[in-house]
Write a protein that binds this ligand. Structure first.
Ligand SMILES: Nc1ncnc2c1ncn2[C@@H]1O[C@H](COP(=O)(O)OP(=O)(O)OP(=O)(O)O)[C@@H](O)[C@H]1O
Ligand SMILES: O=P(O)(O)OC[C@H]1O[C@H](OP(=O)(O)OP(=O)(O)O)[C@H](O)[C@@H]1O
Length: 396
């Protein structure tokens, strides 16, 4: 099939072909079940389950292509959208690709404010935003803005610039180049953008809705608990839900079952407060994607903060048949024994398992002292308290 013929009538979605946003975009497409087969060296892939095609473009060009209607939808950074100065619709902030566009000057120059750079030489990959910023700052002195396509940070050491305007995430690049931030022009993250005149409105809405679903699933977990009728009002104040909780009667007329979404970031606090108002049989339904959870550096902090937060859970692998349960190694190592025996813990962490999980140990207060820790060699999920986990596994 000729590729161009195969594209006719399809909704075109552009994603970065490489760089910082690429992996997360690919992950997102998997999560919303957009399937495609990309032939080697080809930057267009036809979807097998949607009337869509995926176009792999340089991140910096996606806003322009979308505004011109060459593609209907695109994922790129807000910084690029602003820099491109084009008309398009921003549908959704995607919660990744967070960084800041900063003016950075050499540390030894002792420049502490953007004002000191008016009239000087700036190098950047964002000439429009940079010019606009300096024009608004001081129109009497003309600041020279020079475009480079990458490795912006070397412009000062090479003597090409007095300062640069570049993206900063961890600050490592800036620091390594002997630069420091003197001003933030904008903060940015990845966004879903659309051409406002696209013929594929229904498809665009569908993609957006699915992405919203993924974002909600990333931020919220389903929580279920039983509560006495007389305590319901208090409990609902703690867990008001997105709109309101689902409440069902139990056999025992005094008791009710509540099902409600709660923010992942507040899980522990919420569970503590629910217990205080008499909730029992509290379950949290985590749906996580392997590899997107807690980075290994955070492991020790997150694991050992709370002693009393673990109970049984159901492990339910599903998804890709290529990634079978055989790739899981199962051990029964409680957080307590790991704490007492960090050597064991570190040897397990160093093991070359794709994914392992540790189980629980019966402690002084029944199962309360048990714990579950999922870990890959890269990512860790610590499961709080009564946690039912559904892990969707994606084959890499
Ligand atoms: N360090 C970073 N952390 C998070 N997001 C970033 C970072 N650097 C860039 N981004 C986001 O990713 C977008 C694309 O930047 P990136 O540097 O990956 O592009 P590229 O130049 O196409 O790739 P490469 O640097 O591999 O040539 C940026 O416009 C920004 O929105
Ligand atoms: O604050 P940090 O975490 O160090 O990230 C910032 C760096 O990341 C981006 O560049 P990238 O590494 O993508 O390469 P590039 O310079 O070729 O664009 C950006 O342009 C910075 O140089």
């Amino acid at each position: 099939m000729d590729l161009v013929d195969g594209l006719e009538g399809r909704c075109m979605l552009a994603i970065p072909k490489k760089g910082r946003l690429y992996e997360r975009c690919m992950q997102l497409l998997k999560h919303i079940d957009i399937r495609f087969h990309r032939k080697e060296r080809l930057d267009i892939a036809v979807c097998t389950n949607f009337n869509m095609a995926i176009v792999f473009l340089p991140a910096a060009d996606i806003a322009l292509y979308t505004s011109e209607g060459r593609v209907d939808l695109g994922i790129t950074g807000e910084d690029i959208v602003a820099e491109s100065q084009v008309q398009l619709e921003t549908l959704l902030q995607l919660g990744f690709g967070h960084c800041k566009l900063c003016i950075q000057a050499p540390k030894r120059s002792n420049i502490k404010s953007a004002n000191e750079l008016a009239g000087k030489r700036i190098v950047t990959s964002f000439p429009n935003l940079t010019k606009k910023f300096f024009q608004e700052l001081d129109s009497t002195k003309e600041t020279t803005v020079r475009y480079v396509s990458g490795s912006v940070e070397v412009a000062c050491p090479l003597g090409v610039a007095d300062a640069v305007v570049d993206l900063v995430e961890s600050g490592a690049t800036m620091q390594a180049a002997g630069l420091e931030a003197v001003h933030t022009i904008m903060t940015t993250q990845a966004v879903l953008v659309a051409n406002p005149n696209s013929q594929h409105k229904a498809m665009i809405e569908k993609v957006k809705k699915r992405m919203v679903g993924v974002l909600i699933a990333e931020k919220y977990v389903m929580c279920e608990y039983n509560i006495m009728r007389k305590n319901l009002e208090e409990a609902c104040k703690i867990t008001p839900g997105m709109k309101s909780p689902t409440i069902s009667p139990l056999e025992d007329k005094e008791w009710l079952a509540v099902k409600v979404m709660i923010a992942k970031s507040d899980v522990n606090e919420t569970l503590d407060r629910l217990e205080e108002v008499g909730a029992i049989a509290i379950w949290i339904n985590y749906e996580v994607v392997v590899g997107s959870v807690i980075k290994i550096e955070n492991f020790y902090q997150n694991t050992f903060q709370k002693r009393d937060m673990y109970l049984p859970f159901i492990f339910q692998p599903r998804g890709s048949s290529k990634l079978s349960i055989l790739q899981l190694s199962v051990g029964l190592i409680s957080t307590i024994s790991m704490r007492r025996n960090p050597k064991v813990a570190s040897s397990i962490l160093a093991a070359d398992n794709f994914l392992s999980f540790s189980g629980m140990k019966k402690g002084g207060r029944g199962w309360d002292y048990g714990g579950f820790i999922f870990f890959t060699t890269k990512y860790i999920l610590v499961c709080p308290r009564t946690t039912r986990i559904t892990i969707k596994m994606y084959h890499k």
